[in-house]
Design a protein around this ligand. Structure first.
Ligand SMILES: Cc1cc2nc3c(=O)[nH]c(=O)nc-3n(C[C@H](O)[C@H](O)[C@H](O)COP(=O)(O)OP(=O)(O)OC[C@H]3O[C@@H](n4cnc5c(N)ncnc54)[C@H](O)[C@@H]3O)c2cc1C
Length: 513
């Protein structure tokens, strides 16, 4: 058993900033992650950049862009907070305190443009912005003696008064979280961490879909933890799909829109252009239209992918304009100058999540959620490019600050029932097949194009799967694999249920009648 003032679950940008800020407020903090290394999660994959402020920019201009992208479904106080506080925190925390190196033109930041932004306002570090930020923040976190870092630790349940207290009278208390149950993947043992405050920062859920740009650890654990604990989750139907991820190997590397911007054309498996059927802007139509069109063509032609053809450009030109993409493709045997690039749409970002206040407080006392796992109201029904790192920074900081304020009875730690270890080794074939079922079901029925019939089919299949998985989870010897499978399925069910309840198309949610 361990005890701390603040427990932070997840070491992406949101968790790191929350841990650092809470520690600077004088708290003892435990920061843990389920991976071997703190450099994990979606943060490390972020390429493009983070919103700052453009030359003739104003908070209101950013608010307007966020609203437009969010399709009228953003929460005004949240976008105002992001737009007014965000750029200041980049200056004060990322640049001055942590020393993140954003690219410069002379003495000024090299501001770049992205889709749906009304001017250039994004700062970046080449095309590895997330990693550059995360590495710098990790260094600072490691220097702080108030923070204990634990890696290879998988949280599999939040401790709540209603579920874990031995004192049966606690069921009448306001629902509250007092820590988490953890599986130590080094020693293969289970132990509880008691915490006055718990901050959920577990990132995305892309792995519940067949194709995703998210790394392996993005299995939707946070949604499952919050769901089982009884914290309110919403907007889960809004999953942003990126239209073009490389269809080669088992990872989906992003092929940036800029490749189509420079004349790359989408073609089907027979080499025929198809986007003229769907939109006058053809391959450069808006992201969601391109993604859905590709999906339709894949179904019509029974193919696993389509292609981008940019072979009219020379090798030298491509190597100079797209050095990272060119090299990545080359490493897997594709020369962009002479070969078609196989691509598929891929689940990219979860706009919904655990509902939170402006300070990151959830509906469960003593529990916060920050970063991609949370739903702050900033993204509404669709995310504006490069706004998620900024949201992780702002809410991570505010939740960290808020840990020094008191919550009612935040020092109450009831006795809990002892964990009973089970012994049965689960056949890896079951885990593999169940993940395959989840991923295909979500991709085909709850993916880019939803219909009522597809959604109800998905609901039934996932419910049946849950009966089977809960059955073997109860007697299984604990492992990271079984925890992730159970959580991934719960997240898939939560997304599907939210989608079934969402009766009309908006933002990323497209319902075909
Ligand atoms: C390819 C790609 C490109 C992107 N580009 C951009 C961009 O240019 N700009 C932008 O703003 N956004 C971008 N995004 C989105 C952005 O990167 C993420 O939304 C953001 O980094 C999420 O940060 P986070 O701290 O919430 O979570 P993450 O960075 O995902 O971190 C989650 C952490 O939780 C841990 N964890 C998960 N479950 C458990 C558990 N059960 N127990 C213990 N630990 C757990 C993980 O190991 C990890 O450490 C991109 C995303 C991807 C995938």
């Amino acid at each position: 058993m361990k005890q701390t003032n603040v427990l932070v679950i997840g070491s992406g940008l949101a968790g790191l900033i929350a841990a650092l800020t809470a520690a600077e407020e004088g708290n003892e903090v435990i920061l843990l992650t389920k991976t071997n290394d703190l450099l994990s999660g979606n943060t490390s994959q972020a390429q493009g950049g983070i919103i700052y402020r453009g030359e003739t920019d104003s908070p209101q201009m950013l608010v307007n862009d966020l609203k437009l992208a969010g399709d009228g479904h953003c929460w005004e106080p949240a976008i105002q907070q992001l737009a007014t506080l965000g750029p200041k925190l980049i200056d004060e925390i990322l640049v001055k305190k942590i020393g993140v190196n954003f690219d410069k033109n002379g003495s000024e930041f090299d501001l770049t443009a992205e889709g749906a932004h009304s001017l250039r306002r994004i700062v970046h570090n080449k095309d590895k912005t997330g990693e550059a930020i995360q590495v710098a923040v990790i260094k600072k976190v490691k220097e702080n003696s108030n923070i204990t870092i634990l890696t290879n630790q998988v949280v599999f349940d939040l401790l709540t008064l209603s579920h874990h207290s031995k004192n049966s009278i606690d069921i009448y208390e306001h629902p509250a979280c007092f820590g988490a149950y953890v599986f130590d993947n080094n020693t293969k043992t289970i132990y509880p961490i008691f915490a006055n405050r718990t901050i959920l920062a577990t990132g995305g859920l892309g792995q519940i879909f067949l194709h995703t740009t998210n790394p392996a650890e993005a299995t939707g654990d946070g949604i499952a933890l919050a769901w089982r604990a009884g914290a309110r989750c919403f907007n889960l139907e809004y999953i942003q799909f990126h239209p073009t991820a490389l269809f080669e190997g088992d990872k989906r590397f992003l092929i940036s829109e800029a490749v189509r911007g420079e004349g790359g054309v989408l073609v089907d498996k027979n080499g025929n252009e198809f986007m003229q059927r769907f939109h006058p802007q053809k391959s450069l139509a808006p992201r969601d239209i391109v993604a859905r069109s590709i999906h339709k063509v894949m179904l019509e032609t029974s193919s696993t992918n389509v292609f981008i053809d940019i072979t009219h450009k020379s090798k030298e030109w491509l190597q100079n304009r797209f050095p990272t993409i060119y090299q990545h493709c080359f490493n897997v045997g594709i020369d962009m100058a002479s070969d078609l690039i196989p691509v598929v749409p891929a689940a990219h970002y979860s706009c919904g999540g655990v509902g939170v206040s402006l300070r990151g407080r959830t509906s469960l006392r003593r529990l916060y959620a920050v970063g991609e796992i949370s739903c702050t109201g900033v993204h509404g029904a669709n995310r504006l490019a490069s706004s998620s790192l900024l949201e992780a920074l702002v809410w991570g900081y505010l939740a960290g600050k808020d840990t020094s304020k008191s919550w009612k009875k935040d020092d109450y730690f009831p006795a809990i029932y002892e964990w009973v270890d089970e012994k049965e080794e689960i056949d890896p074939a079951l885990i593999f097949q169940d993940w395959t079922s989840i991923k295909y079901t979500m991709w085909n029925y709850v993916g880019l194009i939803r219909t009522k019939e597809r959604l109800h089919r998905a609901q039934n299949m996932l419910r049946n799967l849950q009966l089977a998985i809960e059955g073997f989870y109860r007697k299984a010897k604990m492992s990271r694999e079984i925890i992730e499978l159970r959580n991934g399925l719960q997240a898939a069910i939560a997304v599907t249920n939210a989608t079934v309840e969402s009766p009309y198309s908006r933002g990323t949610h497209y319902l075909e009648k």
